[in-house]
Design a protein around this ligand. Structure first.
Ligand code: ATP
Ligand code: MG
Length: 283
């Protein structure tokens, strides 16, 4: 049975002021518990789509649905949306504004009018989840880029959203920082948060996501990650190349050395070695 749809756009049209249409009649769904990677070329509308899903932009036509109910873009409707869906923008400097890390992360929960003890518990939990508890008292403007990025994500996590939407969260992080962020997101997923991520990295999307959505001029195409990221027509329309693991899987199956013909495409060097039916070397 398909997982329930938490947030959706139905027949949404949107254009920025004086700009050409970005979307016309767009349908898009975020399913509960399915990690979703959003891909598309520069200017294809990933950021715009995420802002429409989180209520920052209002559709010109069509509607935003939360658990099947149309969201009204008034104070009450948007507050309900904000407690369910949280967006982390690409540039942490567009999100952080308070003097210290702790103050910044507290802002959302305080604004919800939660009791102090609840705010403290949420902030502690979010700082812990992002591995930045030691930075709690530091001024945000003195942090490194990766630390600011984690602080911005902690601010969203402290709202305990059911859907966490991240706009290119791994951009600008070093390899270890990317791995740590993915591990953090895995922890949030295991705790029941539905995570949506925009990325240009097809290999990361294949490895991380359950589903992938490709934004092409003909609309959004969403499906299981390996299947969608194997579609050469969609990839070409999105200015993306075949993920390395999909290419390796195709090659190995064509050549015949695969130990298991039905195995999914390898997503990591370890999975590639397993597909070859060998003992993994020390990688
Ligand atoms: N604030 C804005 N005002 C006017 N036009 C905008 C604004 N933001 C984006 N656009 C336009 O809307 C379209 C979609 O942009 P968007 O930022 O959503 O793309 P994107 O897929 O996130 O791109 P990128 O990969 O570069 O981040 C582009 O044509 C862009 O020029
Ligand atoms: Mg963008």
């Amino acid at each position: 049975m398909s997982k329930s749809v938490l947030v959706a756009l139905r027949g949404v049209s949107f254009a920025y002021e004086d700009g050409p249409p970005v979307f016309t009649g767009l349908d898009f769904e975020v399913r509960e518990g399915r990690a979703l990677a959003l891909l598309g070329r520069n200017g294809s509308g990933k950021t715009t789509l995420m802002r429409l899903l989180s209520g920052g932009l209002r559709p010109r036509g069509g509607e935003l649905l939360l658990s099947g109910r149309a969201v009204r873009h008034d104070r009450k409707g948007l507050t309900t949306l904000r407690t369910t869906v949280q967006l982390v923008v690409q540039d942490p400097d567009d999100q952080l504004f308070a003097a210290s890390v702790e103050q910044d992360v507290s802002f959302g929960p305080l604004n919800l009018g939660l009791p102090d003890a609840e705010v403290r518990a949420r902030v502690a939990e979010a700082l812990e989840a992002l591995d930045i508890a030691a930075l709690a008292d530091r001024p945000t403007h003195l942090l490194s880029y990766g630390q600011r990025k984690r602080t911005a994500i902690a601010g969203a996590v402290a709202m305990r959203p059911r859907v966490l939407i991240l706009d290119e969260p791994t951009a600008g992080l070093d390899p270890d920082g990317q791995e740590r962020l993915l591990a953090t997101l895995d922890g949030l997923r295991a705790a029941g948060t539905t995570v949506v991520m925009a990325t240009h990295d097809v290999d990361l999307a294949l490895r991380w996501a359950d589903d992938a959505a490709l934004l092409t001029p003909s609309g959004a195409h969403t499906g299981p990650a390996e299947e969608t990221l194997s579609r050469r027509d969609l990839l070409a329309a999105s200015g993306l190349r075949l993920p390395w693991g999909v290419a390796a899987g195709l090659f190995l199956r064509a050549r015949g050395p695969a130990a298991d013909d039905t195995a999914p495409a390898p997503r990591t060097p370890e999975e590639l070695v397993a597909l070859l039916g060998q003992q993994p070397p020390q990688l």
